[in-house]
Design a protein around this ligand. Structure first.
Ligand SMILES: [Zn+2]
Length: 239
């Protein structure tokens, strides 16, 4: 567990400098992230979704044609438009801040100041280095400082940040940061246990490995609080 956390922290802090010295070939299949924010251009949202779909449809058609696929075939001809719509409206919809879930805070009337754990949140994302799926479970927790949010909002936060081209370390950090801001507390924990199809279906072709990343903020930095959280998860894997 400790090892993974240290790795994540090192990646987020240290590697912008060293990364820039490497060529794409040298980076190869290493899944390295450059920071907590998803790198985006300043003009990312000047085009409408409809314009983006039309543009991606054209480009994806070219990719398929380059592969030698016959787009006059009934089964293939709708694919460029299907892919374009899926990118913008579904699997990459979390790039657009307009789709961010609105989170309302409620007063914690029952004075519940203990830990709240939402475990086994299923998520689907995509690796930003290969554009193939990353999927798995997210386990999140917080300790209320007097405010609470609807439980489904925790799922929505996980889903929103999943629907971007991602690296698992960044996804973990983005969910944690959003929870800290929304819940107005530092005491937030996030564990993500995921499979990367770019590892299992290609490249090294390891079918059984999973990647675990974690974030512990505020009171979760204390060993007893962290252990309590892990106990609730009751997982066979030791995080
Ligand atoms: Zn990948």
């Amino acid at each position: 567990m400790k090892n993974i956390e240290i790795e994540v922290n090192t990646l987020l802090r240290g590697n912008r400098i060293s990364l820039s010295k490497l060529t794409t070939e040298e980076i190869g299949d290493e899944h390295i992230s450059t920071g907590t924010e998803t790198p985006m251009t300043a003009d990312a949202f000047t085009m409408s979704d409809t314009e983006k779909i039309a543009k991606i449809e054209t480009y994806f058609k070219q990719i398929m044609e380059t592969l030698g696929l016959d787009l006059s075939d009934d089964s293939l001809k709708g694919t460029p438009q299907r892919v374009a719509k899926m990118y913008i409206q579904e699997i990459f919809s979390g790039l657009n801040p307009a789709n961010k879930p609105k989170i309302a805070l409620f007063e914690n009337k029952y004075q519940y100041n203990e830990m709240l754990v939402e475990k086994d949140i299923t998520f689907y994302s995509n690796c930003e280095h290969h554009f193939v799926p990353i999927f798995g479970k997210a386990h999140v927790a917080y300790i209320s400082t007097g405010k609470v949010i609807g439980l489904s909002k925790l799922n929505r936060i996980v889903n929103y940040y999943s629907k971007r081209p991602q690296v698992q370390e960044r996804l973990t950090m983005q969910i944690a940061k959003e929870m800290q801001e929304a819940l107005e507390t530092e005491s937030v924990a996030v564990i993500i246990d995921a499979k990367h199809l770019c590892v299992s279906s290609r490249g090294i072709k390891d079918n059984s490995s999973a990647t675990v990343t974690s974030f512990y903020g505020g009171k979760f930095k204390e060993d007893n609080t962290r252990q309590e959280f892990l106990k609730y998860l009751d997982l066979k894997t030791h995080y």
